[in-house]
Design a protein around this ligand. Structure first.
Ligand code: ARG
Length: 283
């Protein structure tokens, strides 16, 4: 017994991992070491990120005010600021990788990034693939139409009116699922729409303004950004089609990283997020 303990202690001293992790880990690590198993950290993913000195955020920077390309080419937005706070908390650099929205989940799963921050809605479908942080924004899918449109009514009436129409969406988003009549995931009752899938909210806006599409189904704040960018040509209907929550995503099982993200989200949720939305809506 005594010998076993001494060996375990030696093993602990040699690995040096103990010094790097939080003091609460000490007892657990010593405990597992006496069993002869190797000493493991309780924060392996966070340790690896600190080791690299860099954390990688996956996003699609075509979704203002959450993420967009600024005039100088840099990627800015609400999500970028929250992600920067996560990086600061870990004492590492933030690297942003911009990609098509519908590639983000798979890229995260295959380890091309540490987390996704993309105004991403928590859905059952995505929960099968990734884990989500706590939510930080509440949103809805809304309908954008040309200003002279007389489309109005409750959700059922709008779904009926949009059935068989040309609806522009951003590919792979919950708006895309809604326009496609995915009742299970979105509650949509739209039937047989011609769904025009674009890579960005901006492109969808152009095609509505020039008459190629009859409507856009997209998240509330990006809808406002599209309307603002198309001087008076477009408007948003009051009817909300869905209730959604945004969260950051991590690879399944990366609870240590998710905990750090949740700490930052707890600081930002509410007033700070609202301020950031206002700041980036104006940008
Ligand atoms: N909230 C919607 C979704 O999760 C749209 C998100 C689009 N985000 C983006 N960065 N393009 O499907």
């Amino acid at each position: 017994m005594k010998k076993k303990f001494a060996l375990a202690l030696a093993a602990l001293m040699m690995t040096g991992t103990l010094a790097a992790c939080g003091s609460t880990n000490t007892n657990n690590n010593a405990g597992s070491a006496t069993d002869g198993t190797s000493v493991t950290s309780e924060t392996p993913n966070v340790d690896a990120i600190k080791e690299k000195g860099e954390i990688i955020m996956l996003t699609n920077a075509a979704f203002p005010p959450f993420e967009y390309q600024a005039d100088d080419g840099s990627i800015q937005g609400v999500d970028v600021e929250i992600a920067q706070a996560v990086a600061d908390k870990l004492g590492v650099n933030l690297k942003i990788v911009d990609m098509d929205f519908n590639s983000i989940t798979n890229s995260l799963k295959s380890g091309k990034g540490d987390f996704a921050a993309a105004g991403m809605t928590i859905t059952e479908e995505r929960l099968k693939q990734v884990d989500f942080s706590d939510e930080y924004v509440t949103s809805s899918q809304v309908v954008v139409v040309r200003s002279d449109s007389d489309l109005e009514g409750d959700k059922a009436a709008i779904d009926a009116a949009l059935s068989g129409k040309n609806i522009a969406v951003q590919e792979g988003t919950t708006g895309d699922w809604y326009a496609s009549g995915d009742e299970e995931n979105t509650g949509s009752t739209i039937k047989n729409a011609n769904v025009l899938q674009y890579k960005s909210a901006t492109e969808a806006g152009l095609h509505l303004a020039n008459g190629k599409a009859d409507a856009i189904i997209i998240d509330q704040k990006p809808a406002e950004a599209i309307v603002a960018a198309n001087d008076g040509k477009l408007k948003i209907l009051d009817t909300k089609l869905t209730d959604e929550q945004y969260a950051f995503a991590v690879q399944k099982g990366q609870e240590d990283l998710r905990d750090v993200i949740n700490e930052v989200i707890a600081e930002y949720k509410g007033d700070k997020v609202d301020e950031l939305i206002t700041k980036h809506m104006g940008a």
